[in-house]
Design a protein around this ligand. Structure first.
Ligand SMILES: CCCCCCCCCCCCCC(=O)SCCNC(=O)CCNC(=O)[C@H](O)C(C)(C)COP(=O)(O)OP(=O)(O)OC[C@H]1O[C@@H](n2cnc3c(N)ncnc32)[C@H](O)[C@@H]1OP(=O)(O)O
Length: 194
């Protein structure tokens, strides 16, 4: 499916996505980039606890089970939570590019309601890279990886350096993150590209 919005289509001359030589192997669990992340962190009781795996090329798959705390209408997932699941899955593509990037633009289509206790099967891949701009797309399916599409999104992520978070994040959390050698190593490693 190609993006409906022109601004989310890689421009002419954009580079094809290139899997980083040190990217995790296909099938490998990617883990969380930050324990307090609402999307993937283990430290958020009501977070999505989304678990993503590396796929082939520059792609990932992920699973997320809708919980009671994620409702909008009775018994149904909140649209913003579903957009978060797509955003987080798209964000996980950073592990394959080994580039830190933040969401600049995210366009989401909600095709089917998603009940509480449903497992959403997500996949995402990069469609092109143009300088700091990373174009990508994702789907969330019901019933299995080949099931009906419930939600889909096209996105533009923008590459940033670790300093982006240091400059903009609240002091308390930045200080705690910087005091954690594993967190710093994980983040800084992404800044070194061949
Ligand atoms: C220590 C702890 C580390 C933890 C690390 C893990 C982090 C992982 C987190 C992942 C969590 C999951 C994910 C999350 O939740 S990420 C959280 C949600 N996203 C954000 O908070 C991002 C907020 N926005 C910004 O900070 C800035 O606007 C950014 C950094 C994005 C760009 O500002 P910057 O000043 O740097 O660059 P620029 O303005 O020159 O733009 C550059 C180019 O991009 C184009 N452009 C920009 N925006 C748009 C747009 N909306 N539509 C179309 N195009 C857009 C722009 O035209 C230009 O194009 P060109 O003129 O070059 O052609």
């Amino acid at each position: 499916m190609s993006p409906r919005n022109e601004t989310l289509r890689p421009p002419e001359g954009a580079a094809a996505p290139r899997r980083h030589p040190d990217a995790p192997a296909p099938g490998e669990l990617l883990g969380s980039h930050y324990d307090e992340c609402f999307g993937c962190g283990g430290g958020q009781d009501h977070g999505l606890h989304l678990a993503a795996r590396a796929g082939e090329g520059v792609s990932v798959t992920a699973e997320f089970t809708v919980k009671k705390a994620h409702q909008g209408a009775p018994g149904l997932a909140h649209g913003g939570v579903l957009a978060t699941a797509l955003d987080e899955t798209l964000g996980a593509l950073s592990w394959l590019l080994r580039t830190i990037a933040v969401t600049g633009r995210l366009e989401t289509d909600f095709l089917r309601p998603v009940p509480v206790d449903t497992k959403l099967y997500l996949d995402a891949h990069v469609t092109g890279v143009d300088g700091r701009k990373i174009y990508s797309t994702a789907t969330g399916r019901l019933g299995g990886p080949d099931g009906d599409i419930a939600v889909r999104a096209d996105a533009l992520f923008i590459e940033v350096k670790v300093d982006h978070f240091i400059a903009h994040g609240r002091d308390t959390e930045i200080k705690a993150a910087m005091a954690d050698p594993d967190q710093v190593r994980r983040a800084r490693a992404f800044e070194v590209n061949p």
